[in-house]
Ligand binder design. Sequence first.
Ligand code: HMG
Length: 391
Amino acid sequence: MPSDCAIGIHDLSCATTEFVLPHATLAGHNGTEIGKYHVGIGQQSMSVPAADEDVVTMGAAAAAPIVARHGADRIRTVVFATESSIDQAKSAGVYVHSLLGLPSATRVVELKQACYGGTAALQFAIGLVLRDRRQQVLVVASDISKYDLDSPGESTQGAAAVAMLVAADPALVRIEEPSGLFTVDVMDFWRPNYRDAALVDGEESITVYLQAVESAWKDYTEQGGRSLDEFTAFCYHQPFTKMAYKAHRHLLNTCGYDTDESRIGRAVERTTAYNRVIGNSYTASAYLGLAALLDQADDLAGRPVGFLSYGSGSVAEFFAGTVAPGYREHLRTSAHREAIDRRRTLDYAAYRELHERSLPTDGGDHPVPQQTTGAFRLAALRGHKRIYERR
Ligand code: HMG
């Protein structure tokens, strides 16, 4: 039987970039029939970071409203999940800790396993709160999805951060035991340390994702999880929103259910609204799906939601969360819409210039051009050090 120790997501806040590229603009450049983007992969536009934005600035922007609302007195741990790391040694979380002025009596760490890292951070945070229910853990999942120009992956780029406050008696979602787990060593998607853009075997990555859905679900049921019919909605990792539909169709098939399209739509459509216009945000993606679901759906109080987190390479986890009574009073719906709507639209040439841009590596003193109008920015590189600024 599922068990609920009443620990979970107490607050959830999303942030994205200064710029956006509509898929229509990309299609105009490469001659792709727009239906392939809008319908075939289910993407409308992609968030593009400004020259002075990165995973730290997005992570700080997502986390700042949480600290403003709850204070930092009970936050003893910050876990930063990313696969767009800016340093091989120092955690991006330490920069966020500093930008937000968190107390020095805090442990801070960065976690990585492709897109699965956000879920690893959430589960580790729950373990820490279980040990001491007075403590809160700030989880930040922040990523920039970047592929080579004119490659098949290009249309699935995106960028965003989600910050979650994990606490006992959460106001939004109580996370349950058990989890269904799956790991297999495959090369479906990876990014060697010397590369800025990821490498991917697109078709293989979809096949392995679907295998992972099936295997994580099988383990979940063997561990005594809920039956499929109990779930109101499913938050899948969304490299592109059509993947959530593929994944749910596969899960229904696995369980011997009829794969009726309107049934699939009811289970996943509401989770796709933000990912559809932001693109792949790797570690943040499944939780952007949760934010979209909570922000849009009718009253979900007391209803179980399924989560399927997938990270290439590959690791997957299926688990359930129950939406808390009164959760609607704690949502940040208008801030989320504002973060999406305020993005400035790029033309193709400006997008390409940003894509091709790389930071200097000579250790000199380099101011970074001011482009973002957000609260946090990468102001300069000085002696191989990143200098951030809060406005
Ligand atoms: P592609 O070769 O550009 O596209 O690759 P395609 O030919 O496979 O077409 C895509 C869909 O559009 C197909 O639908 C077409 O039929 C349809 P499907 O058969 O899949 O249902 N289509 C059209 N529909 C309507 N009107 C049209 C039209 N034309 C075609 N005119 C691919 C697509 C996703 C593989 C590529 O973009 C890619 O390589 N992306 C990156 C990899 C990726 O996102 N993989 C997903 C699973 S792995 C994962 O989720 C992990 C990840 O997030 C990383 C991590 O864990 O860190 C990536």
